[in-house]
Design a protein around this ligand. Structure first.
Ligand SMILES: [Zn+2]
Length: 195
């Protein structure tokens, strides 16, 4: 097989429509503003001065030869982003880091992809359908939404609700300490006698 040429992906427009049937492989990296991702924007807590970072992405596609068969077609996609979410414990915004690092395997048809998804014992790959106008922006947005925490919470020791819980536990502890440290009346008597 002829070694396929490698094409560079750089901006949102490149990512919007990638010809995955051309036989070329792709490589790229960059940063994107969230104006490209309305569904991610809808998740953001806008009640404070915390601002989302840009979305940092890198990807490449490649082919792997299969003995007596058509080569396998892969995509690797890595994403990092920080966005303000609402903490479900104290209802205040906090900065959540979102990360995703995955491999995907391309198929020619929806049926093939679904069959593989259903049958294969795969741990680290997902099935996608290769098209001549593949929208990688959409996949990036899907991956970020999948990587969102189910129950957004401040990290430990940063949460007002948790701080209150700790503070009230400490107060309770102090009350108990006071009880324990109440002087023994017999000791007082003994001290009085000494004087
Ligand atoms: Zn919180």
């Amino acid at each position: 097989m002829m070694k396929p040429k490698s094409l560079l992906l750089q901006n949102a427009r490149d990512l919007e429509s990638i010809d995955l049937l051309s036989g070329a492989s792709y490589v790229g990296q960059g940063e994107l503003g969230l104006e490209h991702f309305p569904r991610i924007q809808a998740e953001i807590d806008t009640s404070s001065s915390l601002l989302p970072s840009t979305l940092v992405w890198e990807c490449h596609t490649w082919y792997e030869e299969v003995l007596g068969g058509t080569p396998k077609h892969f995509l690797h996609l890595r994403l990092t982003l920080e966005i303000p979410l609402t903490c479900q414990a104290c209802l205040k915004p906090y900065a959540q880091v979102i990360e995703s690092d995955r491999d995907y395997l391309f198929f020619q048809t929806e049926e093939e992809a679904e069959t593989w998804d259903f049958e294969a014992d795969h741990e680290s790959e997902d099935a996608l359908v290769a098209t001549e106008a593949f929208n990688l922006l959409e996949l990036i947005e899907d991956e970020v939404l999948l990587a969102l925490p189910l129950a957004p919470r401040h990290p430990a020791h940063g949460c007002l609700a948790e701080d209150l819980k700790t503070a009230s536990a400490r107060l309770k502890g102090q009350v108990e300490d006071i009880v324990i440290e109440k002087p023994n009346p017999f000791a007082i008597l003994k001290n009085l006698k000494k004087q």
